[in-house]
Design a protein around this ligand. Structure first.
Ligand code: GLN
Length: 493
């Protein structure tokens, strides 16, 4: 029974709880046992089994009284360790924040809690969400539960690598992620999951550890498109504490998924056919186009000429904002302090000891591009290119309802690869970053396996605040792909 419980989708668990086939406490126990059994993956920084059981008990009481709070009531959720959780350590996987216990709850996790979700623990991630492989965490790398027979562990992608590994390995039914340039979608692709980055402004950023504030967005990581709709419903919504959240009623995302995609125009951006794209990825993309055509949609070519500049733009804008956001870690207000003789020395020593290499690199790049002598040449230029990228998307969406691209240029690579050259690592984000710069909703859906047997994802980009169409088309991809493979670690591949 307990194995079966960890293989449920949110929708199945919701229905089972409503029909009293099992209790929320049983569901929580099954996942706590899975978390313990899979500790070797290093997916969690902090496990919170007591909290899970307490909240599951409360959920059972609500179910018993016929007053479940939402579809998420009783659902075990893993929380990326950059959502502040009241009374529970929140580290953003940085030594700088080790031991930091917030006195407040982020809006997204508060919303999930109000919806009745059961928090299992806080997941490992790239330090301050900077990375694409979950190898920059102070708490060590996360292993992807998808394996090959070469004895090498694969990365789960990043930065939401712990969340992705936890859901793929059936330690949690779903997880929160955050996406600045691809951190929900790329790990979802590497781990065979659905990952949805909502429109910028859909979910509140309040209480999330900030990386790049004009890009950061929370979103669901799940095992089905329907689950992404259900989970987003509970995460999203207006919040007076974040001035960038839209004050609009939420559509019913699950209901909006119903219906066919007949007649929808699916844009294929020609510039995404990048040099050196593997034939495997190219083939997958073509297969995706064919699937949507078979389902009644019409593929149309669109052009996004500044795609080639998106990565460079992102790697100026994001570090610039990060260097400013991370100025708050001064040894006075949060977490780590290295004592020294005077104040300046204390700042320097604390920041040198608290931040890892990649975070220091980003702070240096960010400080440089914002410095008086280089501000116009880099930062202002990047902002202009960002505006052009957004305009080009707006033009493309005059011809298309949704865009289809690959999620990542390659499948999960071995831990240790691509580590010496940051630019190689940044190429992970080539397909995900443009939508981030334009603030658009985008989603990765598992679409097949590589020749080696590792998951590959297809990527859909939607119009602003049109997650509903994204979900509808995502479901069409999901149905056509019929992705049922399981990570080798679970022994059922
Ligand atoms: N991989 C990208 C980076 O390192 C994106 C990270 C993210 O989306 N948080 O910045």
């Amino acid at each position: 029974m307990s194995d079966a419980l960890t293989h449920l989708t949110i929708a199945e668990a919701r229905d089972g709880l409503a029909a009293k086939k099992f209790s929320a406490v049983e569901l929580a126990h099954a996942h706590i046992a899975a978390m313990e059994a899979m500790r070797d993956l290093n997916a969690f920084v902090t496990e919170t089994p007591e909290i899970a059981l307490e909240r599951a008990g409360q959920s059972d009481a609500r179910h018993g009284a016929g007053s479940a709070a939402s579809a998420m009531d009783g659902i075990p959720v893993a929380v990326k360790d950059l959502f502040c959780t009241e009374g529970v350590q929140t580290t953003a996987s940085s030594h700088m924040l080790e031991g930091f216990v917030p006195t407040y709850e982020s809006t997204v996790t508060a919303n999930l809690r109000k919806a009745g979700a059961v928090m299992l623990g806080k997941t490992n991630m790239d330090e301050f969400a900077m990375g694409s492989a979950n190898i920059t965490s102070y708490f060590g790398p996360v292993k992807n539960p998808w394996r090959l027979n070469d004895g090498k562990d694969r990365v789960p992608g990043g930065s939401s690598g712990g969340s992705a590994a936890a859901v793929a390995a059936r330690m949690a039914i779903c997880a929160t992620g955050s996406d600045t340039g691809g951190s929900i979608r790329q790990p979802a692709a590497f781990c065979g999951l659905v990952g949805l980055k909502p429109t910028y402004g859909r979910c509140s950023r309040w209480g999330m550890v900030a990386f790049a504030s004009s890009l950061d967005q929370a979103g669901p990581m799940t095992r089905s498109v329907r689950d992404a709709a259900i989970m987003l419903q509970s995460m999203a919504g207006f919040d007076p504490k974040d001035s960038t959240v839209v004050n609009e009623p939420l559509p019913n995302f699950e209901a909006a998924m119903a219906g066919s995609i007949k007649g929808l125009k699916v844009g294929i951006p020609i510039e995404y056919r990048i040099d050196g794209m593997s034939s495997e990825i190219e083939k997958l993309w073509q297969t995706g186009i064919d699937w949507l055509k078979d389902a009644g949609a019409e593929p149309v070519e669109v052009t996004l000429p500044h795609t080639k500049d998106a990565l460079a733009t992102y790697y100026i804008v994001a570090p610039a904002e990060a260097s400013s956001n991370l100025a708050r870690y001064d040894g006075v207000r949060y977490g780590l302090r290295v004592s020294a003789d005077d104040l300046t020395d204390m700042y320097e020593q604390t920041r040198a000891a608290g931040f890892g290499r990649e975070v220091r690199r980003r702070i240096l790049i960010g400080t440089y591009v914002l410095s008086a002598g280089y501000y116009d040449a880099y930062y202002v230029k990047a902002q202009k290119v960002r505006a052009l990228i957004a305009q080009e998307f707006a033009e493309a969406f005059k011809k298309a309802d949704v865009l289809l691209t690959p999620t990542a240029p390659f499948p999960a690579f071995a831990i240790g690869e691509k580590m010496d050259d940051p630019v190689q690592m940044y190429i992970n984000d080539v397909f995900t970053v443009p939508a981030s710069l334009a603030g658009l909703p985008a989603m990765s859906v598992p679409a097949g396996l590589s020749a080696d047997g590792l998951p590959l994802g297809l990527h859909l980009i939607g119009k602003p605040f049109d997650e509903a169409t994204l979900l509808r088309v995502g479901q069409a991809v999901e149905q056509a792909a019929n992705f049922t493979a399981l990570p080798q670690l679970l022994g059922k591949a």
